[in-house]
Structure formats: structure tokens, C-alpha cells
Design a protein around this ligand. Structure first.
Ligand code: AMP
Length: 286
């Protein structure tokens, strides 16, 4: 496993090692790797002949008052985990190498990027789309593996890849959770013990929604929304940012829950903002 710090070096490696029918599988991350990331890495191993993981905390996707400075970073540990998982290259470029001082080119996926996460975090998806396209251009993978945990990110990247004819196959893997249901996230490290204890309420709320739709056959989005909010309301430490019942590609709100409907939410626990989601399909009646 080699650590690659320079964009030019990564490009050279890819030029030399890829091709000859060998397929590159790529897992873009912001580092501070956890089992959620590692499940993507394992999928990448199955898909590709060699695996590249990137660890880059992308300043462009953080707002001025967000947690860029305090975002967890631990390259030495990331390196160890990548060795254990049989990763071929860990690509961890510097901020200066990724963005020249006169960088002025951005990828904007209109519409989708201004809803939900994008409404709370203006400019976030512009930063995500721009860095992901840059990384795909450097690594030129056959497969790029993403987590369903960031459902709107998946939708934005799918749209970018389609609209700009990016030659990559996107693979989406299910959310990995702690035993108590909390979705793994690098940001969980910021939760104090009380907030950590409270945090599984997000998943309980989503599970309630799933049960309503898939077991009780409820189709009215308003009822599902109310039930999610009710469960979240049982935990005074959780402050709701949004609850959304949308289709997973366009993110338009639905009045009726349909096949493959996304129920997504964001909530604050203390200073930490957590997101989670489930995909549900209504029980067939009759
Ligand atoms: P991040 O480092 O948070 O930018 O995440 C890098 C990739 O890992 C993204 O595709 C995320 O969706 C994915 N990811 C993060 N947390 C999880 C999780 N708990 N389960 C599965 N994938 C995840």
C-alpha cells in the first residue's frame, strides 16, 4: 500500500498501472475512516483489480461557519486501515495541490443542490460535485463507490455523471450502523456522551417510518412525517433541521409514499449535525 500525496504522482501511477484491461475501483472519502468507509472499500476490492482510496477534507464543501477546522483527521490510522483492507493506494493530496490560489472552475448541479442539505448548507454540493469530478479526473476509475448514508450526495453525483458524460460506473452501498442503529459517521466523534446516548433517536424515527409504510401500509406522506417528528420529539436533546419524504433522484417532496421513497432527516445534537435516511417501499395491499 502506497501513500500518494501529489496529484501529479497519482496521475502517473494511474497511467502506468491502469489500462491493459485492469480496472480501478475508487472510494473517495474525507478520511477519519470508519467501518462505513471500509464497507465501500471491501466492495471496491470485489469490483476492481486495484483499489484507490482518497482522503481529502475538501474545504470547498464546508461553509464559513462549519466544522472544516475541527473535522477529524488521522492519516496514520487511515493508512493502517488501508493496509489491513488491501487497498493499493491511499491518495491524500494537500489543499494547495488540489486547489491553486487562482482556482475558478466549479461544477454546479442546479436544482437538486439547493434542496434539503443544500438549503441548510449553501454551496455544499457545488464543493462536493467539483471535488468529486476533480478526483475522478485524477484517478480515472472504472468504478466509484459511494454510501447511501449521504443520499443527496449520491443523487447530485449521479446527475453530474449523467449530464457531463463522466465515464465511470457509480456503485452505492448501504449505510453501516452501530448496534444501536446510529449511522457511522466521522462526526460521531464530536458527540459528547449524553448526545451519543441520544443520537440513535434518528434511526428509531426512521424505523418508525419504515414500519408505518412497509408493515401498516400507510401511504400519506404527512402521516409518516408526523410520526417521524413525534419519535424525534421524544428526545429533548435532538433539534430537528428537516424531515423529508422525497423521491431519491429528484428530491421532490411526495404527498404519497411510492415505491422506492426516500425518508431523510437531519438533526442537531449539541453542536453536531447528523443526517440519516432510509429507502422504503409500501406494502402491497391484496
Ligand atoms: P465522507 O468521508 O463522510 O465524505 O464519506 C465518504 C464516503 O463514505 C461517502 O460515499 C459516504 O456516503 C460513505 N459513508 C459515510 N458513512 C457511511 C456509513 N455509515 N455507511 C456507509 N457509507 C458511509
Amino acid at each position: 500500500m502506497d501513500l500518494v500525496r501529489r496529484v501529479s504522482m497519482m496521475q502517473e501511477i494511474v497511467r502506468e498501472k491502469a489500462g491493459k484491461g485492469r480496472k480501478v475501483a475508487f472510494v473517495p472519502t474525507m478520511g477519519a475512516l470508519h467501518d462505513g468507509h471500509l464497507s465501500l472499500v471491501r466492495r471496491a476490492r470485489e469490483l476492481g483489480d486495484f483499489v484507490i482510496v482518497s482522503a481529502f477534507v475538501n474545504p470547498m464543501q464546508f461553509g464559513p461557519n462549519e466544522d472544516f477546522d475541527t473535522y477529524p483527521r488521522d492519516l496514520a490510522r487511515d493508512q493502517d486501515l488501508c493496509i489491513q483492507e488491501g487497498v493499493d493506494y491511499l491518495f491524500a493530496p494537500s489543499r494547495e495541490d488540489m486547489y491553486r490560489p487562482d482556482h475558478h472552475t466549479y461544477v454546479e448541479v442546479e436544482g437538486l443542490s439547493s434542496l434539503l442539505e443544500g438549503a441548510t448548507r449553501p454551496g455544499h454540493f457545488r464543493g462536493v460535485a467539483t471535488v468529486v469530478l476533480k478526483l475522478l479526473n485524477v484517478v480515472r476509475p472504472h468504478f466509484a463507490v459511494f454510501g447511501q448514508k449521504d443520499a443527496q450526495q449520491v443523487a447530485v453525483i449521479k446527475r453530474m455523471v449523467r449530464d457531463l458524460n463522466v465515464p465511470v460506473e457509480l456503485i452505492v452501498e448501504p449505510t453501516v450502523r452501530e448496534d444501536d442503529g446510529l449511522a457511522l459517521s466521522s462526526r460521531n466523534a464530536h458527540l459528547d456522551p449524553e448526545d451519543r446516548r441520544a443520537a440513535p433517536v434518528l434511526y428509531r424515527a426512521l424505523e418508525r417510518a419504515r414500519a408505518l409504510v412497509e408493515e401498516e401500509g400507510v401511504r400519506e406522506a404527512a402521516r409518516v412525517d408526523a410520526a417521524v417528528r413525534e419519535v424525534l420529539g421524544t428526545e429533548p436533546r435532538a433539534r430537528i433541521d428537516y424531515v423529508a419524504i422525497v423521491d431519491p433522484d429528484e428530491f421532490v417532496p411526495l404527498e404519497r409514499v411510492d415505491e422506492n421513497t426516500l425518508i431523510a432527516l437531519a438533526a442537531w445534537l449539541g453542536e453536531t449535525r447528523l443526517i440519516d435516511n432510509v429507502l422504503v417501499t409500501p406494502r402491497r395491499v391484496g
